[in-house]
Design a protein around this ligand. Structure first.
Ligand SMILES: Nc1ncnc2c1ncn2[C@@H]1O[C@H](COP(=O)(O)OP(=O)(O)OP(=O)(O)O)[C@@H](O)[C@H]1O
Ligand SMILES: [Mg+2]
Length: 339
């Protein structure tokens, strides 16, 4: 939340970079179609950090993978994902060919994942791997690309970049590897960076460094970030706007202050109450677990775990409804239970 250099009111008037409309994702399994994402919709404005949170298995990564066209082969998508680079009218990513998507990834849209070791190739030097990004996407020569790679390492505060450029990934610490991945992801100044649990494998001090780095890049480059994490505290430190997912749906979406200051969905309230120190109350986990996608309860999917549940909650699934300025909630009792 606290971003000194960013004025939220200015962000509000920015055009959308990404607009997801009614995204559905089905897993095809033994002639069955299992719905994994059900009507996910949100938009990310130019320069905005959009946080996506929720417990493990709620569909955060598959939302990100669908945007990039990297969902598993046995899954099919439906809906619209408009991506707009500048003043053009945008393209529906779900309608592009693999080849067209490949061009957009890495150039207009950067990605960072949880475990940098699996994304870096262990047998090539760091310099070669960064250099390749410039050679492929910007057509630079080997020498120019290497020089750019040194500059890039310097920009993410890797000490002695001229020497470290010839190191292999295992010679870098986890935090350094993640900084390299971020550097590579933003090398071509994409308009959108998708960061899926970028700090989860790192310890807390290194996490803070990565968050600072992302903030810095966003301010310098004006790029938007889709920041995915199950860690609400981390999301509260970086996001302008936040969506909470549960069982493949968005259950609440609001500007960060509103979401953390006056959460409306019992699930969001439960997540905040289960943080180690939350609003002066002790840690209180939400009872039960997330249902698997092929065994969802009737009506509201959060019903079985909800402290406010009544018979009405089983009648039909509530829709995502506007309850306040810019604040959406999927709960028929949201306003009664507001805290
Ligand atoms: N390759 C796959 N094949 C079948 N089901 C999958 C596959 N990948 C994910 N799922 C299922 O899809 C649902 C959403 O998974 P997803 O990985 O998007 O969750 P997530 O919110 O990113 O969780 P985490 O916080 O653990 O990363 C889960 O029920 C998961 O079991
Ligand atoms: Mg995930």
């Amino acid at each position: 939340m606290p971003q000194p250099g960013i004025d939220r009111n200015i962000l509000k008037d920015q055009p959308s970079i990404l607009r997801i409309n009614d995204l559905h994702l089905h897993l095809l399994k033994e002639s069955k179609r299992i719905e994994i994402l059900s009507g996910v919709s949100f938009r990310i404005r130019k320069g905005e950090v959009f946080g996506l949170a929720g417990e493990s298995g709620c569909g955060k990564s598959l939302t990100a993978l669908s945007i990039m066209g990297l969902q598993p082969k046995n899954m099919i998508t439906a809906g619209e994902i408009f991506f707009r680079k500048d003043s053009d009218s945008g393209v529906d990513l779900l309608k592009l060919s693999d080849e067209e998507l490949r061009k957009i990834r890495g150039r207009d849209m950067g990605m960072v994942f949880q475990e940098p070791m699996t994304s870096l190739n262990p047998v090539f030097t760091i310099g070669r791997q960064i250099g390749e990004v410039f050679q492929i996407h910007q057509g630079l020569s080997y020498r120019e690309a290497k020089q750019k790679a040194v500059e890039l390492l310097r920009s993410v505060m890797i000490p002695e970049p001229e020497k470290r450029i010839d190191d292999f990934p295992h010679q870098f610490s986890g935090g350094m590897r993640q900084r390299v991945m971020i550097a590579m992801a933003v090398a071509c100044s994409p308009r959108l960076l998708i960061a899926d649990e970028p700090t989860t494998a790192l310890d807390v001090t290194i996490q803070a460094e990565i968050i600072d780095l992302l903030q810095e890049i966003r301010e310098k480059e004006g790029m938007a970030i889709l920041f995915i994490s199950h860690d609400l505290k981390l999301i509260s430190e970086i996001a302008d706007r936040v969506a909470i997912m549960y069982a493949g749906r968005i259950v609440e979406e609001a500007p960060a202050e509103a979401l953390f200051g006056s959460p409306m969905h019992p699930y969001t309230q439960g997540l905040l109450d289960s943080l180690p120190v939350s609003r002066g109350k002790p840690l209180k986990p939400i009872p039960g677990t997330v249902p698997p996608p092929d065994a969802l309860p009737r009506g509201c999917v959060f019903g079985p775990r909800c402290r406010l549940k009544t018979a009405d909650c089983e009648a039909s699934e509530p829709s995502l409804t506007q309850v306040g300025k810019d604040h959406l909630v999927r709960c028929i009792r949201a306003e009664e239970g507001a805290i």
